[in-house]
Write a protein that binds this ligand. Structure first.
Ligand code: DON
Length: 304
């Protein structure tokens, strides 16, 4: 497969596509990001890599981090986690409050804000040094130590995160939060503030494409059942109330963030990360979705 030729076609198409979306502005530092950034990086399980644009420029990964915390929580807490968070698509915006009331404070899935806050709470209860341990975990699965939190983004989100305060307090009142809400949100904002580039993101997701094993050495990091489950949740819940649209147009499991990044993977074939900051109305990168739709159309390969 001529992946580089296909990426070149995608780059040309994206450059002439009119953008109607807007850069996220509810977290002030994100509003300052240049909307014209464009990057795509694809890594095959063979080890080959293909890319264009600003693929080495770091950005705020935001909700993409929800996959890392779920993977870590699944390893440490195991299936007990599912008593506190479900695995059903929400069909609602990522920061929605409505379902929590009728569903007794149990979030629909770990990829909406409420669900990821429950996961963060679970990790806070079991990790000795949550902030450091999470960073080490992400560095380990990405095989890259040049990954850091962006303290400014975390502090700014803390200052403006009224929705998340509402979500966590509501869940606390229904006994689904164990720790102090402020401590949980501090940890949640740290995870969201992780700053990574497309290359690091695609590399960190390779375990999910490679049956839980490291490329090259075949060292097993996650068991295959965990990989099956996390990929399934990405497929059904990775794009909030646009999860069906993403499945329909792209046909791969993936996860987006309001920083404009999306990571997707084709099990046993490749991982791919795209970055374009303007978001559509559902909070997903407008050009990122188009890039991935073109990728699976031009290669003729998706999981379906
Ligand atoms: O909690 C928030 O609202 C952000 N830190 C993360 C939101 C996000 O990335 C949703 N993704 N599309």
């Amino acid at each position: 497969m001529d992946y580089q030729g296909i990426l070149n076609i995608i780059e040309k198409q994206l450059k002439i596509t009119p953008i109607t979306g807007k850069v996220a502005d509810y977290i002030p530092p994100l509003a300052k990001v240049n909307p014209t950034h464009l990057a795509m990086y694809l890594k095959c399980t063979s080890g080959d890599e293909f890319y264009f644009g600003d693929y080495q420029e770091k950005f705020s990964i935001q909700s993409i981090s929800k996959v890392y915390t779920l993977a870590l929580a699944k390893e440490i807490i195991g299936d007990q986690l599912w008593k506190r968070v479900g695995v059903e698509p929400s069909g609602n915006p990522f920061n929605s409050l409505t379902q929590l009331e009728s569903e007794k404070g149990i979030p629909r899935n770990p990829f909406i804000n409420a669900g990821s806050i429950v996961v963060a709470d679970g990790l806070l209860s079991v990790l000795e040094n949550p902030k450091k341990d999470l960073l080490n975990f992400v560095r380990k699965i990405a095989s890259d130590n040049e990954i850091y939190y962006d303290e400014k983004v975390a502090a700014s989100e803390k200052k403006h995160g009224y929705r998340n305060v509402a979500l966590i307090n509501y869940m606390k009142s229904l006994n689904n939060i164990e720790n102090h809400p402020e401590d949980v949100l501090d940890f949640y904002y740290d995870q969201c503030s992780l700053s990574m580039n497309c290359q690091q993101l695609a590399k960190s997701f390779m375990l999910f494409a490679n049956e839980g094993k490291r490329l090259g050495t075949n060292e097993r990091v996650f068991n295959s059942q965990s990989i099956k489950r996390i990929n399934a949740i990405m497929q059904t819940c990775g794009f909030y109330d646009e999860a069906g649209e993403f499945s329909y147009r792209v046909g791969l499991p993936g996860k987006s963030g309001v920083g404009g990044g999306i990571v997707a993977l084709h099990p046993k074939h490749y991982t791919v990360a795209v970055w374009s900051p303007p978001l559509n109305k559902k909070g997903n990168s407008e050009l990122g979705m188009k890039a991935l739709e073109e990728l699976t159309s031009l290669t003729g390969l998706s999981i379906f």
